[in-house]
Write a protein that binds this ligand. Structure first.
Ligand code: APR
Ligand code: PHB
Length: 393
């Protein structure tokens, strides 16, 4: 088998890269370890930055997102029982779109297959070879047959637990990591969200987030221990804790309960691998970095990476110029670190830290008061949340 760009991973990064390359007439093959059914139904966050939504629409895969996605013109911060709205539209002229990640994946897979794109699901034993030279290749097993994909470049879009990052020779990568002393207990409930916009709550007992997937499906998150057992949280306990942490001095406001159809705990970390490339192997998305979900940036950062990579590959094939490829990591890391900062800041401002002294707790509440009371501070949150402009060299 041969292609121009071998892509490992059919998550948002790998699929959007394949789609963008196709638009530029560049051939690719996507290799995915899981089944199509699995990746199309893997529930993840679903807040699309303004630029992400624009990219989907501009490249012809945004139709359903525009039809059923929920435009959100702001978010709410709730602390000390008071609610403070951050007006994205008024402050930045932009908004975000609530549209589940698994729907983005479905839309991209449908577009690739309709265009005759090659996506091999359920592949096994994927390994990358000779990417330090001019003729990299990917070996894998498909339907128990050993295959080799010869390519010009490899895109490692295989997520945090993939094979590409670990395949980079020892001593090359510098890893930066912060593991947080808490995780999130997340639920999906068949209940209309009790707010049209997201509510991020800082409460003495811990963080809570009211989010949603649709007008009839709520998504709620509760700060918990990083190794919390979801089974220790029967539905009644979850609803009771959400009501406490999302409590407000608005007497008319009430959380809406309903059957909980999914429950899970995710730990929380910040992680960056530098550089994001080695020879003809390029890391993109979660393969290169992880952000705490408080800023809703994981998907959006993956999109930014592959927009840079697609542009660099287009320049290589169309103009025979490889300077953008040589600067891929440097270009991406500029944004990665600004998004890491924002995600760390939102996480630090909104969660309860057992190790906090009285001083640190009051500094945290002062931070919230400042954001709630200052147009400049609210603007800083808003412009990061809707998405910083993507600087394509
Ligand atoms: N071979 C083939 N496929 C692999 C391998 C492998 N060795 N290892 C992992 N994969 C696949 C996974 O099954 C997954 O479908 O790579 C894909 C990686 O997708 P994501 O983990 O979704 O990562 P990415 O595309 O970078 O998107 C980042 O997804 O997980 C969320 O929170 C994350 O929102 C962020 C977004
Ligand atoms: C979600 O809906 O899952 C979600 C929304 C916003 C976040 C994190 C998660 O910051």
């Amino acid at each position: 088998m041969r292609t121009q760009v071998g892509i490992i991973g059919a998550g948002p990064a790998g699929l959007l890269l394949a789609h963008l390359l196709h638009i530029d007439g560049i051939d690719s093959v996507v290799l995915e370890a899981r089944s199509r059914e699995y990746v199309e139904n893997r529930i993840r966050a679903g807040v699309l930055e303004h630029g992400t939504a624009e990219t989907l629409v501009a490249t012809g895969v945004g139709e359903r997102m525009r039809a059923i996605g929920l435009p959100h013109h702001g978010v709410n911060l709730r602390f000390r029982g008071r609610t403070h709205r951050i007006d994205f539209l008024g402050l930045t002229g932009k908004f975000v779109t609530v549209y589940s990640q698994h729907l983005v994946v479905q839309d991209l897979i449908a577009a690739r297959l309709a265009a005759g794109g090659q996506i091999h699901f359920d592949v096994e034993d994927v390994s990358v070879h000779d990417f330090g030279g001019e003729a990299p290749s990917i070996r894998f097993r498909a339907e128990s047959r050993a295959e080799t994909l010869a390519c010009d470049f490899i895109a490692g879009c295989d997520g945090f637990h993939g094979t590409c990052r670990p395949s980079i020779p020892a001593g090359v990568l510098m890893i930066h990591e912060r593991v947080y002393p808490f995780g999130w207990l997340g639920i999906l409930a068949e209940a209309p969200p009790a707010s049209e916009e997201l509510i991020y709550a800082n409460h003495e007992r811990g963080f809570a987030l009211l989010s949603m997937r649709s007008p009839t499906v709520s998504r709620h998150l509760l700060q918990c221990a990083p190794d919390e057992n979801p089974e220790a949280w029967p539905d009644e306990r979850i609803w009771s804790e959400l009501e406490t942490r999302l409590g407000t001095d608005e007497p008319s406001w009430k959380l809406i309960k309903g059957p909980i159809v999914q429950k899970g705990v995710t730990p929380m970390r910040s992680f960056v691998a530098e550089p994001m490339q080695f020879g003809r192997l390029f890391l993109a998305g979660d393969a290169a970095h992880i952000v705490p979900p408080t800023g809703a940036k994981g998907l959006n950062l993956a999109v930014a990476d592959v927009r840079v990579l697609a542009r660099a590959l287009e320049r290589h094939y169309r103009a025979g110029a490889s300077e953008l490829l040589a600067r891929y990591s440097e270009t991406c890391l500029g944004r990665v670190w600004k998004v890491q900062r924002f995600s760390w800041w939102m996480t630090s401002m909104l969660h309860r830290f057992e190790a906090h002294t009285g001083f640190e707790r009051r500094i945290q509440l002062a931070e919230l008061d400042y954001v709630a009371g200052s147009r400049a501070a609210a603007m800083a949150l808003a412009e990061n949340y809707v998405g910083l402009p993507l600087e394509l060299p």
